[in-house]
Ligand binder design. Sequence first.
Ligand code: NAD
Ligand code: TDX
Length: 335
Amino acid sequence: MSVKMLVTGGAGFIGLNFVRWTLENRPEYEITVLDKLTYAANGGAINGLKNFKKISFIKGDICDPNVVFDAVENTEIVVHFAAESHNDNSLHDPMPFVYTNIVGTANILEAVRKFDKRLHHISTDEVYGDLAIDSSDKFTPETRYNPSSPYSSTKAGSDLLVKAWIRSFGIKATLSNCSNNYGAYQHIEKFIPRQITNILCGIKPKLYGNGAQVRDWIHVDDHNSAVHAILDKGKIGELYLIGANGECDNKTIVETILELSGLPKDQYEFVSDRPGHDQRYAIDSTKLRQELGWEPKYTDIREGLAQTIKWYEDNAYFWKSEKQFVEAKYAKSGQ
Ligand code: NAD
Ligand code: TDX
């Protein structure tokens, strides 16, 4: 018998990979994607999944309670990926982040409360703020929330709403906070695909500030296998941190991409820094590993980057038409 799963934001980078992975590996799920199809979505790729019979699509906004209530009533599980997700955009225009990430999540919570459905809320390690570059500290589920940007503060707000609905109303929810993802179908405004496609277009990779900031990279398929581990075995009411010990500074990532692309390692340039730039993220995923037995599959960032470079080379249709627009927008901020 099928289990009905509603995936919000299932046309975006991680959601789309989640939907594909689930259709390929977990045939017991019948998926409905609810997505507004913003600039970040891949509507075409969702269409391409229609040969899997167990998928349907609703174009709709999670800020609209009618859309959300109808969709949630007709499902058993909700996996909530939908969000405005790019820090740089949140610094130019924060209000869409407030509406989608906070109001949209509140609508999802009210709907799962009314219809008594299971929810998994997808969040980010950025809710904890940043760590010192030269420390060996890591975020744990006990770390205090201390977000820096409009993006991360609205994600923190959405987490706090989920926690309050768990405690006050006893909704059946879990949360996960993951580190930086990379892989196929990531929008080219984000760091790794921006640099890969810059190189493919003969543009120099751009490093913000001094390039020393550290991110804890995880392959998107590992993020999604962890979400499935939580859906299968996670304890209701709990928060899990997802990370694959992939710490690397931005300069080293750019140098590796250049090298893998057959270019000299110094063919990049420094550009204006991001205001309020978080310095370092690092995840301690002991709880997820010990309690749920999860392990990442991609442990070599170099191999993961090589695979991702090949994907962008082979799938120029996905990004070519947008490249000029994205770069023109960055150029306006000196980035
Ligand atoms: P994305 O920007 O690529 O995709 C977001 C999707 O949500 C898009 O398809 C968009 O159309 C949809 N969406 C946006 N506003 C909507 C609305 N109002 N109603 C319905 N749909 C809407 O984002 P992503 O990188 O795939 O991130 C997905 C989730 O994972 C987010 O919640 C994000 O905070 C979280 N996350 C991302 C990362 C990362 O590295 N990308 C890391 C940790 C957590
Ligand atoms: O051109 C660039 N040059 C550069 O040096 C860009 C686009 C980014 N950067 C730096 C900024 C960050 O230190 O690279 C790092 C990664 O930047 P982003 O890809 O914008 O990611 P980040 O801000 O770390 O947030 C990402 O991970 C956590 C996702 O976008 C979030 O949705 C997620 O929550």
